[in-house]
Structures are given as C-alpha cells and as structure tokens.
Design a protein around this ligand. Structure first.
Ligand code: NAP
Length: 486
C-alpha cells in the first residue's frame, strides 16, 4: 500500500517543537508548520534571560543526540550559549521557513478526521497530526504577596527580566530560592550594594564543579565525538543517572542516603556562621524538591553584601518589603523567582477531541496522558514533555527524543493506511495512572515537602519509575492499549 502523505502542525518552536520538525525533515516530510507565539525560536532559553542563567544538566547531555556541540564553553553551559545553540540549530537544519513566528494558537479541534487549529488572529489551518510542544515551565507564577503591585520601583518575574534596570551598586531583593533564585543570587551577590534573598523554605544544595572547558579540551571534542559521547553516556554519566533515579524512585534507597550525606556535608563545610547554617538547613529530605546544583550559592550568601531573610513577608510597600516581625528592607529593584504555573501544560489553548470532548473537562482532575505522550479521545495528538513524564535533573532533550521516536511509530500506522487515527484507550490511561499514582507515592518527591511536582492532592505528577524503564516503554507503543480508527 502506498504511503499516505500527512500534514503535521507543531505548536512551539522550543527545544521539543524544533526536534519534531527536524525529525520530519530527516524523513523527507516537508508538509508541516511550526506555530510559535514568540518572535524567535528557543522556548525557555528565549524567555529566561536572568543574570546567572545556566543549565544544571551537563551541556553535552543537554544537546540533541544528532547535533553534538564540541564548542560548549563549560560543563554546565550558560543560558546565552544554549539559546545560541538552538538558534543555530534552527538555521542549520533549515527549520526557519517552516516556523510562523508571532502566531499564537488559540484552539485545536478534531473534526472529520483532522485537526483544525485557529490562531489568536483568527486564521485557520488543518493537519492530520498535531504535536503540542508548548513547554512545561512556561506561564510565570507571580506570588499573591499583598502590596506587590504598589511597589514603585522596578520589579519583574525572573522569566521577564528587564535588562534596562541597573543592578550594579543597587539594593536588590530576590524572592524565591528554587533553581532560578539560587542562580540569580549567585550571579548578583558581588554586584549589588545589598542583596536580600527572601527564602520561604530552605533548599538542599548539591555541590558541583565550575568546570570551564579549555581550548585543548574543545579541540579534543571536535577531533573525536566519542569523547562527547563519553561525557553523555560514559561510566560517570551512567553512574550519576543510576544513582539519581534510584534515589528518587525510592525514598528509602541507599542512593538517597548517599545524596543526603553529600548535601549535609556541603552545608556543614561551606557555611561558617552557625546561625546562617541553621537558616539554610531544610527540614525535609534531599531531592524532595528539585535538586539544586550550585558551585557558588553558599559562597554568595556569605558575601557581606548578602542578607538571607527567612522570616515571613508581611507585605510589599512602595519602597521595599515589610516582614511580619516589622523589619523593613528598602529595595531599588525586586526580582520574583517564584516559579511557574505548571498545571497548565498546553493550556490556555483549548483542545476539543472526538465528539467535541473538551480537554479542560478531561483534565478536570489534573493533566494526564498515557505514558505522558498521548491522550484518549484526542487522536493523532502528541505531547512532548507532557504531564507525568520524567522531570527532575534529567536532560529533557533526551526525554523528548525518546517520546518522539515512540509517537512516530503511531504516525507510521496512519501513514501506511493501517489506521486513520490513533489514540490510547481510556482503560489504558486508567491502568497507567493507577500504577503511576501508587508508585509516585514511594518517590522522594512525596517524602514531605512542597514543590511544583505535586498535584492538588499531594501526589507527584511525575514519572515514578527508573530511567531505564522509560527507555524500555518508549521503544515501541503497546498497540493493545490503542484504539485504531480504520
Ligand atoms: P520553583 O522551583 O518553583 O521555586 C519557586 C521559589 O519561589 C521557591 O523557593 C518557593 O518557595 C518560592 N515562592 C513561591 N511563591 C512564594 C511566595 N508567595 N512567597 C515567597 N516565596 C515564594 O521555581 P524556579 O526556581 O523558577 O524553578 C522552576 C523549575 O525550572 C526548576 O525546578 C527546574 O525544573 C527549572 N529550572 C532549571 C534550571 C536548570 O539549571 N536546569 C534553572 C532554573 C530553573 P517554597 O519552596 O517555599 O515553595
């Protein structure tokens, strides 16, 4: 039977959407379009530009497997370099003609065996296949702190950094000490006249090397890509991945105890002042919140310019922040590094599947997808880095590559004419979710802390199994869990 040619619509020109485009081009498919609401590619690396921005996944692992990059300047690459990497990829792989920038998709309707999308401007398009690659950490969460709108000096969310605001010699406030807040404070400690880091809960900090690659090392990577492979998948990387997965999937594992020892030793040995040490000591287990890797944070908080404020905020006033105990911190600029609204995933876009099924309705108990990739009643739809996929300290590029390879096998059924449409059964999703929820409660994420991994019922919305299991199930879809529409 001749192969059917299929049209694909991809939403988002970040890492995952670009990956889908490249993979389509690789197999000679040119009937696709990538809709991107921003003015350039790169997703999270376009939106986040805060001082100190870096990726705490080793740069050689945080690269497409087919586009290794011997030029990374450091073991952990700065955000500017990662953004340039993705822009370079868009050019090099000829993606730009396929991207419609400044075009926001508002709704997607499955009708008459096709996806019909409508842009915010009211334009329409349709396709056989729809790929939602709109990112996970995408909608800034601005805290509901009383008075924030009354602050008369510059303030912004970390993902909306205003680079016109001077920082050197200023009194800077940073609220939040997730991966973002920690990177910002590490970068600004020496530039500020005074920096107040507002910490609601302390964080465990995993020490890591601040390793810059020398020209000789880069040359070695250029000469021999196997050396890059060794960084990505060699014994050290494999041991790191194995230790980390063993630790997160079982809160009683010896691997987690080992990680706990490392972070406690880091706190013990790095912080001199006993009072500061206690302010920084979490009362929950290491890796319960997303593990923070930092070579600099503990030095930064010990700079004479930095004050770690761990009391509760009463309100923001016109010129600073008032604490509940009456202390007032006058500030020239305030950055809120308070994370993202993670429950949204593809929303606020509206999706209507078979029979007009509303995704908001289907997700009323929370976002879910079969093996994080496909959704019952929403045929021929692929989520990349969708709900319940592996998160934490993995390379999301590697995760997206494996999810795409899995979905492509479903598309092949449509392409070859074996099915017109493919979606998982509801029973399959229920079975997956039941097992996932049960095992999620054994992960360290459920060991007693607040984090963006938890849903409204306190169940981690994550992959609760090993990385190897993820690789195994992504190898091929189990077609008995799919409804194929002839
Ligand atoms: P986050 O991990 O959600 O942290 C938000 C921070 O803001 C927490 O410290 C939280 O305190 C605090 N916060 C929230 N609301 C607050 C309020 N009303 N008052 C006071 N404090 C408040 O956000 P993030 O740091 O932006 O990181 C999000 C994710 O982005 C990370 O987990 C990671 O996946 C990704 N990321 C990755 C990298 C990387 O290097 N790969 C870098 C940056 C970000 P509580 O802990 O008390 O809730």
């Amino acid at each position: 039977m001749a192969e059917k040619s299929l049209r694909t619509i991809i939403i988002g020109a970040g890492m995952a959407g670009m990956l889908a485009g490249i993979k389509l081009l690789e197999r000679g498919e040119t009937d696709f379009v990538i809709y991107e609401k921003g003015a350039s590619a790169g997703g999270t690396w376009r939106e986040n530009t805060y001082p100190g921005l870096a990726c705490d996944t080793p740069a050689h692992s945080y690269s497409y497997s087919f586009a290794l990059n011997p030029e990374w300047s450091a073991f952990y690459a700065p955000g500017t370099e990662i953004k340039a990497y993705f822009e370079g990829i868009a050019q090099r792989y000829g993606l730009l003609p396929y991207i419609r920038f400044n075009t926001e998709i508002e709704r997607c309707d499955w009708r008459d065996g096709r996806w019909h999308v409508t842009t915010k401007a009211g334009d329409t398009d349709s396709s056989d296949i729809l790929v939602a690659a709109s990112g996970v950490l995408h909608h800034p969460s601005v805290p509901a702190i009383p008075g924030l709108e009354d602050f008369e000096r510059p303030w912004f969310h970390s993902a909306r950094w205003d680079h016109s605001v001077p920082l050197d010699g200023k009194r800077i406030g940073v609220i939040g000490n997730g991966s973002t807040g920690v990177q910002i404070v590490s970068a600004l400690a020496k530039r500020a006249a005074r920096l107040v880091h507002f910490q609601r809960s302390p964080q465990w900090i995993m020490p890591c090397p601040d390793l810059q690659y020398t020209e000789a090392e880069k040359q070695a990577f250029r000469d021999d890509p196997e050396k890059i492979e060794a960084v990505r998948n060699g014994p050290d990387a494999a041991a790191r991945k194995a230790r980390f997965t063993a630790a997160i999937i079982d809160m009683d594992s010896p691997e987690l105890s080992e990680i706990q020892e490392i972070v406690e030793k880091n706190l013990e040995e790095s912080i001199r002042d006993p009072e500061l040490k206690e302010k920084l000591r979490p009362n929950y287990r290491a890796a319960c919140k997303r593990m923070i890797f930092s070579a600099h944070y503990y030095n930064a908080v010990q700079e004479p310019t930095v004050f770690l404020e761990n009391k509760a905020i009463e309100r923001v006033e016109a010129t600073g922040i008032r604490m509940k105990d009456g202390t007032f911190h006058e500030l020239d600029v305030l950055a809120v590094a308070t994370g993202f609204d993670v429950g949204k995933f593809v929303r606020p876009m509206k999706f209507y599947g078979e029979g007009g099924m509303d995704l908001d309705e289907f997700w009323k108990k929370g976002p879910r997808a079969y093996y994080a990739v496909t959704i019952p009643h929403f045929p021929n739809l692929c989520l990349l880095n969708g709900p319940t996929g592996p998160v934490g300290n993995f390379s999301l590029i590697d995760i997206a590559e494996k999810q795409w390879a899995y979905f492509e096998q479903l598309v092949d059924l449509v392409r070859s004419g074996q099915a017109k449409a493919v979606a998982p059964t509801e029973a399959a999703l229920e079975t997956y979710e039941a097992a996932r929820n049960k095992d999620a409660m054994r992960t360290v994420f459920a060991s007693g802390c607040s984090s963006w991994y938890l849903d409204a019922n306190g169940v981690p919305q994550v992959w609760p199994w090993s990385y190897d299991h993820f690789v195994e199930v992504m190898r091929a879809p189990d077609l008995s869990d799919y409804a194929l529409v002839a």
